[in-house]
Design a protein around this ligand. Structure first.
Ligand SMILES: [Zn+2]
Length: 105
């Protein structure tokens, strides 16, 4: 990824995030994908465990429904911290990850 690549705009579109990048490319990432790929230590650990087919959703997850960001806060020039509607807010998404997860439009 180019050193100076940055988002010109971030917008909610349907159930996903649309980003216009400084190189003229627009990407779209479903919130579900963003939430699943949360790069924080807790989520990394969860992903490392075998999936429990009988796992029961936590009350917060049930109440929250589909993942939706409540806030996206820039962290320096390189990342965004996303606060989710399920209360999770420790994920800091580097621009490179946002770019990688995005489907080009
Ligand atoms: Zn996380």
């Amino acid at each position: 990824m180019a050193e100076n690549l940055r988002p010109l705009s971030l917008k909610r579109e349907g159930d996903g995030l649309k980003i216009e990048w400084s190189d003229g490319i627009t990407t779209y990432t479903a919130f579900q994908v963003l939430r699943t790929k949360c790069p924080c230590a807790t989520c990394n650990e969860e992903r490392g465990k075998p999936v429990d087919p009988f796992r029961i959703l936590t009350p917060q997850e049930v109440a929250a429904g589909a993942p939706t960001p409540l806030a996206m806060t820039p962290v320096g020039y390189y990342a965004y911290q996303i606060k989710w509607n399920d209360g999770h807010d420790t994920g800091i998404y580097p621009l490179a990850l946002l770019r990688e997860l995005g489907e080009q439009k």
